[in-house]
Write a protein that binds this ligand. Sequence first.
Ligand code: CA
Length: 250
Amino acid sequence: MNRVLIVEDEEHLAEGLRFNLKAEGYSVDVAGDGEAALEQLIEKNKHFDAVVLDVMLPGKDGFEVASTLRRAKNFVPVLMLTARGRPEDVLQGFAAGADDYLPKPFELPIFLARLQGLLRRREWLRASDHVNGKTKPASAKTGSNAAGQDTDVFSFSGKTIDFGNLQLRANGGTIQLTLMEAKLLRHLVRNQNRTVSRKSILEDVWGLREETDTRAIDNFVVRLRRYIEKNPAKPKHLLTVRGVGYRFVG
Ligand code: CA
């Protein structure tokens, strides 16, 4: 049974979600504010399969909760509930480490679909698209996964991105990527040696159509550079194309 933590101070909404999720067979906990959520997730280290995190909370807001979680190396999938018509919320949410977002108010079936999508994130990411000609089977690894599926990995310059498991292996270490970090990397890798515009990243990776501030993308790139570049100040793989966007070079 999947266990979900709902972080929402509006009681009627939290209870409505709890009721409906239970009816769908989920096990549900509710936290009324960010502090209570972090206590469950970090201090008590309780396991949840996903967190539904409202942005508007008393005290610590959803952005702060998400970034605190990620700093604590907790990579539970986070579905962030944002205010409609505020694309900057979406971008700030992704920058804080959210995996997906849903603007309020939302239709229940959409909410359930997004949550299921998040819970299936690995399969979903694997199926969403594949790295052109660079997808390798899991033969190099033993056991790979229980279903015997090919593992979707991309290697370059001594580093390996495992899109299926949302991991980046480099210098003997493993970095856990968020879903959106992996999606952005995949988009760049798939367009290897081609310039990708910020607009296309907004549209193709984040599903945003709005003309909006693209600085959140730059923040993501800064983070990815820290993961993959020897000297992030002088990138060799993730290049800035001034005034346009970015280009990945393997
Ligand atoms: Ca709220």
